[in-house]
Ligand binder design. Structure first.
Ligand SMILES: C[S@@+](CC[C@H](N)C(=O)[O-])C[C@H]1O[C@@H](n2cnc3c(N)ncnc32)[C@H](O)[C@@H]1O
Length: 223
């Protein structure tokens, strides 16, 4: 592993293994300027993978409306645009410094600086969006499993949500909790599964697995 990769992994680990949401937020503020170059060093593929998957399931028209949840510096928006997405995008994220970088890329209509929390509606009209995408958003001290429901509420009937979670052994407990939450929403008739599969998260060798890091990608439709 090169020195540059090692430093980038330190920054990724600093937020992924933070002790509290406040600490994660502070670390994103410190990291924001270097975030893009660090995740590029680690060949972060989730934005590309999720955007590619999403375009399979939505109508790509100028009025299509996508919410990028925990959008950070706008990686998903960037890739969607590069892949030929023609519609509107809004970004929501609790970290102002990360959103400032996204703003500089002129990708999104709105930059909503706000946290997403379980049992707390996202303050947009119910059913506003055709789709929601969340890359690297779910995890300890990030989006909690209970955040799936508020995200689904922002979608119109038939709208698509795509998000992922690390597929590492270290993330098993969190992933199980996320899947329990998804099951609950499915049993309640709120969502239906389109596809769930593993895809590459970081392509370079990582400390957790000694290999590429995979993530589990969840694609669901609002009923
Ligand atoms: C790993 S970054 C991913 C950013 C972007 N989606 C990407 O793929 O590059 C995680 C982002 O989630 C944001 N975040 C974490 N918890 C959040 C919460 N509860 N509500 C809103 N944003 C949150 C952080 O500020 C950070 O920008």
């Amino acid at each position: 592993m090169s020195k540059t990769e090692s430093k980038a992994w330190d920054n990724v680990g600093g937020v992924a293994y933070s002790n509290s949401q406040q600490q994660a937020d502070e670390r994103y503020t410190e990291w924001a300027q270097k975030y893009d170059s660090d995740v590029d060093t680690l060949k972060y593929e989730s934005p590309q993978n999720l955007a590619t998957e999403l375009l399979k399931y939505i109508d790509n028209t100028p009025s299509t409306n996508v919410l990028d949840v925990a959008a950070g510096t706008g990686k998903c928006g960037e890739v969607l645009k590069k892949l030929g997405y023609k519609g509107i995008m809004d970004a929501i994220d609790f970290n102002g410094a990360m959103l400032e970088i996204a703003k500089g890329k002129s990708l999104y209509r709105n930059h909503i600086e706000m946290g997403i929390y379980p049992n707390k509606p996202i303050p947009v009209a119910d059913g506003l969006y055709d789709a929601a995408v969340g890359a690297g958003s779910f995890g300890p001290h990030h989006l909690a499993p209970g955040c799936v429901a508020p995200i689904i509420h922002t979608l119109r009937q038939g709208g698509v949500a795509i998000f992922n979670c690390r597929a590492t052994p270290q993330a098993t407990e969190f992933r199980n909790a996320l899947e329990n939450e998804i099951d609950k929403l499915e049993k309640a008739g709120m969502i239906a599964k389109i596809e769930v599969k593993e895809m590459t998260h970081y392509a370079v060798e990582c400390r957790e697995t000694g290999n590429s890091m995979m993530s589990k990608v969840y694609v669901y439709r609002r009923l």
